[in-house]
Write a protein that binds this ligand. Sequence first.
Ligand code: PRP
Length: 179
Amino acid sequence: MHAHLDKILINQVEIVERSKQLAKEISEKYAKTDKPLILVALLKGSVPFLAELMKHMSIDIEIDFMDVSSYGTNMESTRDIRILKDLDRSIKEHPIVIVEDIVDTGRTLQAVIKILDNKGAQSIEVVSLLDKPSRREVEVDVAYIGFEIPNEFVVGFGLDFAEKYRELPYIGILHKDFY
Ligand code: PRP
C-alpha cells in the first residue's frame, strides 16, 4: 500500500470484477442499436476505469474523450463548466455512455449531459466507478455505479490529489497529513 494512505478502500480484484459486471450489463443493453455505442470518457480521472471497462465489453464500441473544467467557486450555485477538449467526432444519433471515475456534486455530469444532448446524441447514460451520494448538489441519473462510497478523501485508479496518486491500481483513503 502507498505510504500516504490510511487504508485501501477498494482493491484491484474488486475493481476488475465490478468492471466486468458493468461491462456485461452495458453490452446487453446496447447489443441491438443501429449505430454503435460511443463511450465518452471525461479526462483525466476516468482513463484507468475506461481501460478496464472496455476490455470486457462484448459488443462493438467506439471511444472518445472530453476534458472539462469547472469555473466559479464551489460556493456559487450556478457553477458552469468550460470545455478544454471537445469530442473528436460527431455523436449525432449515436447512443452514448459517459464514463466517469466519481460523481460528487453531480455538476460536471449535469453540464456534460446537456452538452452531449445539444450535439444530438440518440440517448445518454452514465457509468461511474464511484458514487459519493452524500455530496450531491444536483440530481443526476447514474445508471451504472461501481461502488457507493462514504465522504472520504479517495485517490488512486485515476483519482488524484494535486495530480498525484492516479497510477495506484486500487482506491485508497488519503491520510489527512497529505491534503
Ligand atoms: C472530478 C471527477 C469528475 C468530477 C466530479 O474531475 O473526475 O469529473 O470531478 O465532481 P462533481 O460531481 O462535483 O462535478 P476533476 O475536475 O477533478 O478532473 P480530473 O478527472 O482530471 O481529476
